[in-house]
Design a protein around this ligand. Sequence first.
Ligand code: SF4
Length: 393
Amino acid sequence: MRCSYSVCVPAPSRLRADACPGVVATHDAADGALARIRLPGGALTGAQAHVLAGCADDLGDGAIHLTSRANLQLRAVHDTGELIGRLADAGLLPAPTHERVRNILGSPLSGLDGLADIRPLVGALDEAVCARPELARLPGRFLFALDDGRGDVAGEGPDVCWQALGPATGALLLDGADTGLRVPARNVVAALAEAAAAFERVRGSAWRVREIDDAPLIAAVRHLAEPTEPTEPTKPKGLPRTGPPPVGPFCGDAGVVAAPLLGELGAAVLRRLAGLVERLVVTPWRTLVLPGVRPGALSGTGLVTDPADPSPGISACAGRPGCARSLADVRADARETMTALPAGVHAHFAGCERRCGRPRGAHLDVLAEDAGYRVEGTWVPADELADALKGRQ
Ligand code: SF4
């Protein structure tokens, strides 16, 4: 049993409703309607990519924006009815009642480089979640994950996660921590769905597992675990952990991981990718896994495939003009100053203290303020930002 608080306390009482956007219920941003399209496991077929490119061109701002949960967003959407119709026809809106809760991360290289293949489990879990009416009430922030054993998406703080320990069994994690329960692969889908249902029953106004005592969740899935005494729970570091797959070729010529600058993909580029692959994978680190593609095939797209390029480590929130809360055009400032950062240094630019989209890993905090930025808490004028970023570790 584990509780996030030293003394278990009731779930927090929230003043504001969970307003995570979807396609049916968009977010009213300063630049128009923002639609978020869930991609369980980050998977997108070439045909679906083609449809999305058309939606971005015809109905949005001409770009597709990658999120830190391996989803996609369209901004400045001016005809949501048309968007819903096109996405539904493309199979990207299979369950409108559940669209905001189809938040399922999957190890993006799974099945491509020899480790356990969790792709069928992602599809089965998506179907199981959408088949249970009560799970439509989960908060939009609730996150499932299926990790193929390398420990990449398990490190993203999912609420409920199965991390493979071998082809036939794995560890059940809650809020990223090992519960000690070992769940056979055949029971994974049922176990994660049961844990989510138990969370929905007890959560009150909580949005994430870390806000509650997780004992009811463990009790709900124990019958699906292996019939042995649970092993001693281990801390997250007790299970394997790896970071994001780096940009560049993977497994020789198996394909390439490519990064759009600041996670923004032009419709023309996505259309070109749609012609190169049958299926691509969007990762939670705002990169794309392109099976069977060599870096040379991406020339002229602006996608980064050079592991020495620092730009994939830089992220930014929407900022001005898309967000009314922003104190600066943080994306323009990030583009202008990112070359000052040494390769390998990660930084997140944010227009206000909410710091939307910030990565979980270590990074420089670059926060907009009037006429300048706070870099790791130290204010610098805007015209000295590049100098302030130079030589940072
Ligand atoms: S961090 Fe602030 S400014 Fe940036 S998108 Fe979020 S709310 Fe808007």
